[in-house]
Design a protein around this ligand. Sequence first.
Ligand SMILES: Nc1ncnc2c1ncn2[C@@H]1O[C@H](COP(=O)(O)OP(=O)(O)O)[C@@H](O)[C@H]1O
Ligand SMILES: [Mg+2]
Length: 233
Amino acid sequence: MSEEIVRLEGVNKIYQTGDTTITALAKTDISFHANKLTLIMGPSGSGKTTLLSILGCVIYPTSGKVYYKNQEVTKWNEDQLADLRLKEIGFVFQQFNLIEPLNALENVMQPLTLQNIETHTARERSIKALEAVGLGERMKNLPKKLSGGQKQRVAIARALVSEPSMILCDEPTASLDSKSAKVIMSELKQLSQTGKAVIIVTHDLRLREFADHIIYVEEGHVSTSIKNEENYK
Ligand SMILES: Nc1ncnc2c1ncn2[C@@H]1O[C@H](COP(=O)(O)OP(=O)(O)O)[C@@H](O)[C@H]1O
Ligand SMILES: [Mg+2]
């Protein structure tokens, strides 16, 4: 069994707005491991982003405990969690979230610059990350000069440059044509095989062929992670 990266114990999330109470996530116990690519699927509004945000230590659960590499991070304060996210967790979003006036290389360098890593080292590592996603020739391009698929690869390079143990993606292929979506998924799959837990929220049934595990979320209820038998045929 590969290393456990993140574990939820009795975690839920309840939003109270006026006199309505929304259970975005019902009480959940689940864990995610290195070297595995997991898909989180389910209808809109079912709690997928809430689950991903708790796994990424972006929001605190209403109750329950989150363990990151066996440390209880629900005890940590906002600053400690910000530091954990910067160093240990890579995020990839549907809308890429690149900084438009910065070129591809400068975008990828951002997380390292924020960690006060020396510019020379940050450059070297960012070049390697861009080469790893096949964009070695595009380093000087501004985002507006890149296709959707290329922008998402820059975003992946930015997510992996800090050598995180976990990569969280929210609908990473939703803005892409199916050919680019396949390229992105193959890259994420490869990344998972380098000792990372890769967790992807998606609506796209075609992505199932890349998954080791699939979990379904419905009205805040998370199914136990099921092994993707398709991969074992
Ligand atoms: N910050 C918030 N305040 C109030 N309700 C929220 C908030 N975030 C999410 N919700 C509600 O929680 C439920 C789950 O949302 P979400 O996790 O975004 O679902 P999904 O990503 O599956 O579409 C929805 O009913 C949504 O309206
Ligand atoms: Mg969502």
